[in-house]
Design a binder for this molecule. Structure first.
Ligand code: NAP
Length: 353
């Protein structure tokens, strides 16, 4: 029977990998869930071990004295301001962790290491507390507080362009099933895969459903007037889009599709979350409904602004995984709705009717 180690056990993706393995004690009799904090109670086949992945390999070897596993799911992540810093810090965490297992001789047992950054998730829909990138919690809080403000129907805070473009999402539970499949499937060895739900969605479809779930509706003419300059924001993205690397091969050299993209927010969510009337509405709502007071402060407004503010399609293929035998699929609205229900259970959002 295989044993497993999951790093990032409290994160939006790692937490679900631990739950997935925890649900199958016969298949996974020993699961080590590693993180600095412990936020959940675990079933009997899961042991939580404290670890700080920013410590040296030698220090980590001490912390990992009683930890070994045949399958490693590396889902830890420490956000940094720049991409290079993020690569350096997270790369060192992985390297030192593997080195620590080697110091302890636990490397000899390892059959496969699954890297969450290799499973390319996109716009993750899931539940976690106090993490860096959390779409469902922030959008749920935006809807609940907007309704509480009582300023009329719900307004999409992101880009008018993106509202009718396409996006693909990754449900954290589907991602967890994918990870266990990828750990055991011979064809998945040494491969990188996209992992998305398998449908293609658009906010013009999801946002009215979201509004209905919160007992309200979308403003009929929300893009009729120009954005309020004080409330809105535009941030330019990289001058050279990734497509530029393939432009000549695809016949797109000097084409307009290579123009610089931007993140456009009609309502900049960081500014919005700092408004006095918004904070007062949250306080009133949280007190009336008995919600966790710090949930609003912990919400990842910058991340949600980025997800809703892009002005280009994100259509992601699952063909490579399907060819290797993966058959998983989930409807993105069902995933979002399920997460919002869970957040209401956890008293982050008000109960739904
Ligand atoms: N969330 C998304 O929408 C999204 C989208 C695309 C790709 N991804 C990728 O998915 C991967 C996982 O990200 P995530 O969103 O799941 O991250 P997350 O929710 O922020 O979770 C990060 C995990 O890492 C742990 N961690 C952080 N620093 C640590 C340290 N020094 N020592 C030990 N554990 C530490 C945290 O636990 P403690 O704080 O308790 O230690 C937490 O369990 C990343 O590579 C990310 O780029 C995520």
């Amino acid at each position: 029977m295989p044993s497993a180690i999951v790093t990032g056990a409290t994160g939006i993706l790692g937490r679900e990998i631990v739950s997935e393995l925890g649900r199958s004690p016969q298949q996974w009799p020993t699961v080590h869930a590693l993180s600095r904090s412990k936020k959940d109670e675990y079933p009997q086949n899961v042991v939580h071990n404290h670890i700080d992945l920013t410590s040296s390999a030698k220090e980590m070897a001490e912390q990992l004295k009683d930890v070994e596993g045949e399958y490693i799911f590396f889902a830890a992540y420490l956000a940094q301001d720049g991409e290079k810093e993020a690569a350096d810090v997270n790369g060192a965490m992985l390297k030192n962790f593997l080195e620590a297992l080697k110091i302890n001789g636990a490397d000899k047992k390892i059959k496969r290491v699954v890297l969450t950054t290799v499973t390319y998730p996109n716009d993750v829909i899931g539940v976690a507390k106090g993490n860096f990138m959390n779409l469902a919690t922030s959008i749920g809080l935006y809807c609940a507080v907007s309704k509480e403000l009582g300023n009329g129907d719900l307004v999409f805070p992101g880009s008018e362009t993106f509202y009718t473009k396409f996006d693909c999402f990754t449900y954290s539970r589907l991602h967890a099933s994918f990870n266990t499949w990828a750990a055991l499937e011979p064809k998945a060895s040494n491969q990188a895969f996209n992992v998305v739900n398998g449908d293609v969605e658009s906010w013009q479809n999801l946002f009215p459903k979201l509004a209905r779930k919160f007992g309200t509706k979308v403003k009929a003419d929300m893009f009729a007037s120009p954005p309020d300059k004080d409330a809105a924001s535009i941030v330019q993205m990289a001058k050279r889009p990734p497509l530029a690397d393939f432009a000549a091969e695809r016949g797109l050299q000097d084409n307009k599709v290579l123009k610089q993209s931007a993140v456009e927010q009609r309502i900049d969510l960081i500014k919005w979350s700092q408004r006095d009337d918004v904070k007062a509405a949250w306080k009133k709502l949280a007190e009336r409904e008995g919600l966790e007071h710090d949930a609003f402060e912990k919400a990842t407004w910058g991340f949600l602004g980025f997800v809703l503010g892009r002005n280009f399609d994100l259509v992601i293929s699952m063909s490579k995984a399907r060819k290797a035998g993966w058959t998983g699929y989930v409807d993105s609205w069902d995933a979002l709705s399920e997460c919002l229900d869970e957040l209401a259970e956890e008293k982050v959002l008000p109960k739904f009717e």
